[in-house]
Design a protein around this ligand. Sequence first.
Ligand SMILES: Cc1cc2nc3c(=O)[nH]c(=O)nc-3n(C[C@H](O)[C@H](O)[C@H](O)COP(=O)(O)OP(=O)(O)OC[C@H]3O[C@@H](n4cnc5c(N)ncnc54)[C@H](O)[C@@H]3O)c2cc1C
Length: 463
Amino acid sequence: MTEIPNPSARDPVPVEVPGADPAGLRVPSSGAHRVVIVGGGFGGLTTARGLGNAEGIEVTLIDRRNHHLFQPLLYQVATAVIAPGEIAEPIRAILRRDRNVRVLMGEVEGIDVGGRAAILRDGTRIPYDTLVLATGATHSYFGHPEWERYAPGLKTLDDARRIRARVLLAFEAAEREDDPAARERLLTFAVIGGGPTGVEMAGAIAGLAHHALSQDFRRIDPKRARILLIEAAPRILGTFSEDLSAYSRQALERLGVTVLTDHAVEDVSEAGITVQGRLIPAATVVWGAGVRASPAGAWLGVETTRQGHVPVGPDLAVIGRPGVYALGDLAQAKAEDGTPLPGLAQVADQQGRYLGRALRDRILHGRAPQPFRFRSRGNLAIIGRNAGVVQWDHVKLKGFPAWLVWGVAHVYLLVGFHNRLVVTLRWLWAYVSFQRGARLISERDEATMALISGKPPAKAPLP
Ligand SMILES: Cc1cc2nc3c(=O)[nH]c(=O)nc-3n(C[C@H](O)[C@H](O)[C@H](O)COP(=O)(O)OP(=O)(O)OC[C@H]3O[C@@H](n4cnc5c(N)ncnc54)[C@H](O)[C@@H]3O)c2cc1C
């Protein structure tokens, strides 16, 4: 295994910012081993924490956003259950006690592998001795990037806000629509992809339409909204056992969701979606079907999988790039039986914990680490009120017990006591009242309204 040289003899190296005062960004101490982590999601953050306060190691964590995001609850922001700030925490605040870790907000656009520096969008070079890439994944539209405009995916807080605005605006537009066919299109919501995100999203839209909004309109009846879940495979929740998958389908149908399996989407446009050669008019389409790893493989010039994953060895080192590591949704790491590990928060989190410890050992003591071993904490998905599925080895739960396990696990994993408390209270309130506390359309987005209603934006108001 590659030994990382003891870097204590290294001179302090300033961060180079073209046109800026380099002294202002000088790395504070001298002689330390510089670890640069790109990405403050589950993988990058836990790696940084593992290296926190390690003497002789200086960590720079770079993220294009200032916050760590708890993606598993994004769908609840998109369906107005919780507010955006409740699932995000400033990365600086999380790492404030780790005195050797500094946080830079910036977008990495490339890596100078030979020169050992990460390059930011504005040309700033951040030199490293060890590089950790944890830049995650993004949506993939199977070669149809033009679909994104009509079928946004759910990955960031902005995505969730945008989807929330579309869903709520669709009901608003329907309330003032006279044409029955146009009204039906506005009240049709299609979720593409029957994995956990699609199932959770479809169940939550059904809860919103059939309960939370049911009394609030006068011309339309939100209970008559059509919610479709479209899946190309023969069953939804394909990573769960067949009986849990069948249960989930029934639970969704009880909520009023129409589940279409064996239906590959052929087109997505302003008019709606096309499946099996038939157009289904739908104003709101949500994409939960495909993901693609971030472009970090291209930065390194390594061969990736078809979905852009960077292959790593058992110690998470990028093959053929000494001193560079990749983890989480970006990496393709393998389980002991040789199967690729799934893109899950628990995988990224465990890898980050492992890598933090392993790098400490290597850098400070020159010890080669044991290989990484993933310990599954089970597969979880929620379908709607009182219904969920949990699968953990041979243990299977469904219905209310699974729903409860899901809730406790997600609150426990949220970062920050404040967020845990507020989310728990929000859920309790939603449970007893059937209401959604975050049903605000913050600004009246003319462009979104135009996209949904299929009508040109209204004239700008006179000053
Ligand atoms: C809607 C949704 C629901 C999910 N539900 C579950 C669930 O229930 N259970 C579960 O286990 N997993 C779930 N996942 C998957 C889980 O969230 C991911 O597996 C996990 O976030 C991966 O962690 P990561 O650190 O690899 O990447 P991420 O958490 O995505 O973090 C990547 C970070 O890198 C930053 N970044 C990216 N590119 C750059 C760049 N060029 N420069 C600077 N910074 C950059 C991003 O801003 C981000 O902060 C869900 C994912 C989604 C989208």
